[in-house]
Design a protein around this ligand. Structure first.
Ligand code: AMP
Length: 421
């Protein structure tokens, strides 16, 4: 193993590609900031108990994929595998739900950790931007979140994504369905692991990707037929609000998602250019989660969009984001005196908000001009002893190659004028 190798299942974000990650985070968070969501940041690790209770002991995320460890002080912690449980924990701790302003709307952005088998689009460290609306049961809130995610993806220029939508029922109707499903599944010819899953989390069996399992699932009782009237009406309202907003979705009655806490509305954003790891984001309503982690009843809804997979989706669609040029002006000094003078000009340009870089390291004209070219700057400013003696600096248009002398005192103003046109 090379010393310079990132741990398995991880990778570094490196320029210029890293700029896309920043742009994606910005594009996903912009509609949230514009819709009453406040920024929240929680620790990268939590007491392991929070995820065990919140995400669910029976889920792969908790039982197989969690980075759990014991501190030197004997506390059992886990690197966060997802954001919702932590955000709800933080909101309860800060009593945000008692401030009398429900729902509490929060957004976050950060790193998450799952010990998964790495493959394209699936990593052990990945990054999400998420949103949670805590403490209100209102189909418009579910619709709002889906619409905002759709808006984020559309502003990025993504087209080949689909929204899958389902309702998982509530504490009235889901148990009845669960019993019926278990009864059906127990009669099938399944391996030990899957049989165990029938007893712990039977809905997950519906999600099994294996063809021989899927074949046996034909004729399985469907949740749709068991939804109570309240859940049906709620779901219908969400669907109508999405339709009215012009947001297309597909009803997917097999969509169950990998976390135990979901109730009613669940959805996933899938992208058709990503192969097997096609889910770019997902979420849903989690009306029971607060109580599961020891809080009061707080019906809530949220989503998390994967930044890594969103970048892959952009690349799959061949979308080039219009990123602001990282450097507009590049300064090339020829000689000691010029170095001091131009460095001063660079500082002034930067204070004016003009993206500027400098040829460091005292290289010759040729090497420095190469750096100017690579930087993508529109203008280079070049000065040697003779220029300084005349009180001027050369401004070179990097595209046309044209060069003209400008009085030192007017360089900043002149560049601002030229860059604005
Ligand atoms: P989940 O909580 O599993 O629904 O994850 C929400 C989103 O996070 C997914 O749709 C992915 O975009 C992203 N995500 C989850 N797990 C991974 C992973 N191991 N590697 C990369 N992205 C992931």
């Amino acid at each position: 193993m090379s010393t310079f190798q990132a741990p398995k299942g991880t990778y570094d974000l490196i320029p210029p590609r890293s700029a896309k990650f920043l742009a994606v985070r910005e594009a996903i968070s912009a509609p949230l900031k514009n819709s009453g969501y406040g920024y929240i940041e929680t620790p990268g690790f939590e007491n392991v108990e929070l995820f065990a209770r919140g995400v669910g002991e029976s889920t792969d995320i908790v039982s197989k994929e969690m980075y759990a460890f014991e501190t030197k002080g004997g506390t059992k912690l886990a690197l966060r595998p997802e954001g919702t449980a932590s955000v709800l924990r933080a909101a309860l701790e800060a009593n945000l739900h008692k401030a009398g302003n429900l729902p509490v709307k929060l957004w976050y952005s950060g790193s998450y950790y799952r010990y998964e088998r790495p493959q394209a689009g699936r990593y052990r460290h990945f990054s999400q931007v998420g949103a949670e609306a805590i403490g209100a049961e209102d189909p418009a809130l579910d619709a709002e979140l889906i619409i905002l995610a759709d808006q984020a993806y559309r502003t990025l220029g993504l087209r080949e994504f689909r929204i899958l939508l389902n309702s998982l029922g509530d504490k009235e109707c889901r148990p009845v369905y669960r019993d019926a499903l278990q009864e059906f599944l127990r009669e099938l010819d399944l391996d030990e692991d899957t049989r165990r899953r029938i007893e712990i989390n039977p809905l997950r069996v519906l999600d099994d990707k294996r063809a021989d399992v899927q074949k046996q699932l034909v004729g399985a009782p469907m949740l749709r037929d068991y939804l109570c009237d309240a859940c049906k009406a709620y779901h219908e309202e969400v669907r109508e609000l999405l339709t009215a907003a012009g947001v297309a979705f597909e009803d997917d009655e097999k969509l169950v998602r990998g976390l135990d806490y979901y109730t009613r509305t669940t959805f996933e954003f899938v992208h058709d250019g990503l192969g097997s790891q096609s889910a770019v984001g997902g979420g849903g309503r989690y009306d029971g989660l607060s109580e599961m982690i020891g809080g009061p009843e707080l019906p809530s809804v949220g989503w998390a969009l994967g930044v890594d997979r969103t970048v892959l989706a952009l690349e799959a669609e061949g979308i080039e984001l219009e990123l602001p040029a990282s450097t507009s002006v590049f300064a090339v000094p020829l000689g000691e005196e010029a170095r001091r003078v131009l460095f001063g000009v660079v500082t002034e340009l930067r204070r004016e908000g003009i993206a500027t870089d400098f040829a460091f390291g005292g290289r010759g004209l040729k090497g420095a001009m190469k750096s100017a070219n690579r930087s993508g700057a529109r203008y280079a400013i070049v000065a040697g002893e003779r220029d300084l003696a005349e009180g001027v600096v050369q401004i070179k248009n990097m595209e046309s190659g044209e060069q003209s002398a400008v009085a030192l005192g007017l360089v900043v103003e002149e560049l601002r004028r030229r860059l604005a046109s």
